[in-house]
Design a protein around this ligand. Structure first.
Ligand SMILES: Cc1cc2nc3c(=O)[nH]c(=O)nc-3n(C[C@H](O)[C@H](O)[C@H](O)COP(=O)(O)OP(=O)(O)OC[C@H]3O[C@@H](n4cnc5c(N)ncnc54)[C@H](O)[C@@H]3O)c2cc1C
Length: 612
């Protein structure tokens, strides 16, 4: 049969963009169907990319050949490395973005991607034939295809809340997507509800910055993309102010009008990005909370009030804003609001992000219960790649927990599920000393290259960096100062290659200086390896033990109900998740090492034909 497309991606958010580009780059004829071509890559909430844990994901997307890092570098207005006071393993690159420029940059990039067509319209139905996906019903007509990736974000059956007012909508001024949510249910997916919220936006000209503290970017901005050595960018400041006791009093006095507390919203929201109402409830003794005033772009007057996400009624939001230092005369351009939406609990997916209930149907992004642009983009890239690889009859792209934060995230999602919007933290990664922002290329570019996602130019640069690392490693290992190798010196707190160069013999120092000048991020990354060498060795040993379990596959046809010696709870949970290996089984919440032993014995006896 002749199909219109190989793959249809529904949704042009951060997940959809990476999914569509990845599948097109891998040679699949791809259509990106989205409600409006103008809102492709729109930032629904804060105009920023990266952060702790999230910045690592952006570097990984870039190392694999994705778009987000390049778009952030091209359109960032202020760059900061977060967590600098802590060890480099948990440093998180972040930038304040020009949200219009960001979306425009991505839209331009997609328009020149081969194999990719943009279709403006509402996807309403997943079409099924012979037990697998056969197309998408769009308001303008049906599109036939062999695989569909749904990345509809916060739009499915979405309801917006502004005080007592409730109205359907997927994002401010945009319609909710009702038919598609219903169609996913018909495909056999279980659907639940989550919520998130956003703060008011202010007019920059109406803010009195003299009453706020200025926050500048790093003197030398660190790029996200491994394709950029440095960034030539005129950075803009952000500003810091805070809530006051008067603001808190007004919020408390209006709890009876707050949708979060009146029962109007019952779904869970992001614990680590709470509304100002939730902050007051959780920290009743605090008399102020920080408010970051972040410009939304170079050519716009809009300012994002990071820290006071709220769904309180407009009159309360007006009062709140007026009683924050610097905002006494501030004009609110758009009120904050909360949004409740459908998501599909991600334990219904396998590690390629394909649904277990319908072959050829993939889900990525906020529809899987995550929050954040970076989390969405990371899933999008993997879903797009996997859909294309599967159609080409190639091996899937599954990243392990020791290879990438993206691997940690997807394993967490499909193995443990979510009870609130999932966002990435460094604490979620057990191998975080190895999963650093600086070495994402060393972990992933080869994989990107083998898959076909990373292009020739990226591969050449990467090879150059690897050679520089090998030369620098030799110098570190073989050069001695006062009887100690430089490698040992680098373990000392505060030791840096740049500092050591000054103490070294000129000929060696000269070579190292050249390597550092030409491959700064690679050589500094190697120095971090030296600093953490002992701890990384311990991580590797724990990893080897875990890998033994990860290497033991569980046959997909296993009938857990028949395993008499397995606890009832374990049988139920394993039956629902159907882990692909013993390692994944151990990570299912509520599964104990004793359960794994029972499973191991069962697997060992399978061949012998005995029953357990
Ligand atoms: C009000 C609000 C507050 C938020 N607050 C935060 C926050 O504080 N912190 C944080 O990290 N993240 C926050 N987010 C989440 C962040 O915006 C998302 O995590 C991220 O954008 C998800 O990306 P996505 O690609 O999954 O979906 P989205 O960016 O939502 O994109 C979905 C896309 O799907 C399209 N679409 C939907 N239905 C259809 C259909 N039927 N047919 C065709 N196209 C369709 C839409 O047009 C859109 O292009 C917030 C989002 C909202 C809306």
């Amino acid at each position: 049969m002749q199909y219109d497309f190989d793959i249809v991606v529904i949704g042009g958010g951060h997940a959809g963009v990476e999914a569509a580009r990845a599948s097109a780059v891998l040679g699949a004829k791809t259509a990106l169907v989205t409600l409006s071509a103008d809102t492709i890559a729109q930032m629904s909430c804060n105009p920023a990319i990266g952060g702790v844990g999230k910045g690592q994901i952006v570097r990984e997307i870039d190392a694999l050949g994705g778009l987000m890092g390049l778009a952030a570098d091209a359109t960032g207005m202020q760059f900061r490395m977060l967590n600098r006071s802590k060890g480099p393993a948990v440093w998180g690159p972040r930038c304040q973005s020009d949200r219009h420029a960001y979306a425009a940059w991505v839209q331009r990039e997609l328009s020149r991607t081969e194999n990719l067509s943009i279709v403006q319209g509402e996807a309403m139905e997943i079409l099924v034939a012979n037990g697998r996906v056969a197309g998408v019903g769009v308001d303008g007509g049906d599109i036939s295809c062999r695989a569909v990736i749904v990345t509809a974000g916060t739009f499915l059956n979405a309801l917006m809340h502004l005080g007592e007012e409730i109205f359907p909508g997927g994002r401010y001024d945009e319609p909710a997507s009702v038919a598609l949510g219903d169609s996913l249910r018909k495909c056999g997916l279980r659907i639940e509800r989550l919520k998130t919220g956003t703060p008011p936006r202010l007019a920059a000209g109406s803010i009195n910055y003299d009453r706020c503290r200025r926050q500048d970017g790093d003197e030398v901005p660190t790029p996200f993309s491994f394709l950029n050595d440095s960034l030539d960018v005129e950075q803009v400041p952000c500003w810091l102010t805070e809530t006051t006791p008067q603001v808190h009093e007004a919020i408390r006095a209006n709890f009876h009008r707050a949708p979060l507390y009146t029962g109007q919203i019952s779904a869970s929201g992001p614990r680590y990005c709470p509304s100002i109402e939730t902050k007051l409830e959780k920290f009743p003794d605090k008399t102020s909370h920080q408010v970051f005033l972040e410009p939304e772009g170079r050519d716009t007057d809009w300012v994002y009030c990071n820290g006071i996400s709220t769904s309180l009624p407009p009159d309360v939001q007006e009062f709140m804003v007026r009683h924050i230092p610097g905002l006494e005369d501030a004009k609110i351009i758009r009120f904050g609001y909360a949004i409740e939406y459908d998501y599909a609990p991600p334990t219904q997916l396998d590690a390629t992000l394909e649904t277990k209930c319908l072959a050829g149907l993939y889900l990525a992004g906020q529809v899987n219960g995550t929050t954040g642009y970076e989390e969405a983009a990371g899933q999008g890239l993997l879903a797009g790649a996997n859909a294309a690889l599967s159609l080409a009859g190639r091996e899937p792209l599954v990243l392990r927990r020791d290879q990438a934060y993206i691997g940690v995230m997807i394993d967490d999602l499909v193995t443990r599920g979510v009870t609130e919007p999932y966002r990435m933290f460094t604490s979620r990664a057990e191998y975080r000393l190895s999963l650093r922002a600086d070495n994402a290329d060393r972990r992933l570019t080869q994989i990107g290259r083998a898959t076909g996602l990373a292009g020739e130019g990226r591969w050449k640069r990467f090879r150059g960096n690897v050679e520089a690392i090998e030369r620098a490693r030799k110098i570190f290992m073989e050069t001695r100062l006062d009887g100690k190798t430089l490698w040992e010196y680098l373990r000392r707190p505060g030791a840096r290659p740049g500092k050591l160069i000054r103490q070294m013999p000129t000929e060696v120092g000269g070579e190292l200086a050249e390597l550092l000048r030409e491959h700064p991020s690679a050589v500094n990354g190697l120095a971090i390896d030296a600093r953490y060498a002992g701890y990384i060795a311990k991580e590797q040993s724990a990893l080897r033990q875990m890998q033994e379990l990860d290497d033991k596959p569980i046959p997909p046809e296993i009938d857990y109900a028949s395993l008499r010696y397995l606890r009832h709870e374990a049988r139920e949970k394993l039956q629902a998740i159907r882990p692909r290996c013993l390692g994944q089984a151990l990570r299912v919440s509520g599964i104990t090492p004793a359960d794994i032993t029972v499973l191991q014995i069962h697997l060992a006896t399978l061949g012998s034909g005995k029953k357990t």
